[in-house]
Design a protein around this ligand. Sequence first.
Ligand code: MF3
Ligand code: CO
Length: 248
Amino acid sequence: MITIKKPNEINKMRVAGKLTGDTLKYIEEYIKPGVTTAQINARIYEFITSHDAVPSFLGYHGYPASACVSVNDVVVHGIPGAYALCEGDIVSIDVGVIKDGWQGDAARTFAVGKISSAAQKLIDVTRECFFEGIKHARAGRRLGDLSAAIQRHAESHGYGVVRDMVGHGIGRKMHEDPSVPNFGQEGTGVQLKSGFTIAVEPMINAGTFKITFDPDGWTTRTADGSLAAHYENTVLIRDGEPEILTLT
Ligand code: MF3
Ligand code: CO
C-alpha cells in the first residue's frame, strides 16, 4: 500500500528531511585523509541526537551504526570501523533520521582529498542520474519512467546499475511501498500521485552491475572491485516539480 501524505505530515517530513540533508552537509568538512569511518559515524550520531532526532539506521535489522560509510568498491551499507580514509578514496555516506515520528533518508559520495578524474566522473554521473530520474517524479508519470531515465544515463557512460538494491517509499517507516528501482522501462510501474514520498537512490558501479556481500552480512561490494557511487534524496511528489526534502 502506498500512503499519500497529508499536509501536516508533509510538514513533518520536511523537518526530518532538512535535518537529514543538514547532517550530510555537516559531515562533509570532516572527510579528509586520516579520519576513520568510525569517527565519521560518531560525529553523525552526535549531530542527529543533539537535534532531538533518532538515527534511523542504528539497530535497524541489527545494523550497528548511525550511518553507512562505504569506501571505494563498497556500494552501500559499509559498517564504520577502524579504517582511516586515504587521499584518493571515494566515500559514500548514507544517513537516515527520525524526527517527530517521520523519516528522512539521503546519501552522497564524497572525494577524500584529490581523486582521479575517473572517480570524479562516477560521482558526478551518479548525481546526474538522480536528477535525470526526478524529471519524471511528478503526479501522472509512472515509476518506470523515472527508473528508465536513471538507467539510460548511467549506461550511456558505460556504468553498471545495481539491480539487487533499490529505492523505496518512505514516511513513518524508512522502507515503505513502492520499490523504486534504478532500472526499468518507460510507461510501466505504478502511477505517481501527489503526496507520495519516495527515496530515489541510484547506486552506480564503474564496472559490472553485479555485487557481492561480505561475511558481515551488510557490506556490499562491486563484484569486479570497481568503484561505486551512491546519491540519494527523499522526494515529495507533487503535480508539478517534485520537492527534494533532503537537499539543503
Ligand atoms: N539508505 C539505505 C536504504 O535506503 C539505508 C539502510 S541502511 C540500514 O535502505 F542499515 F539501515 F539498513
Ligand atoms: Co534509502
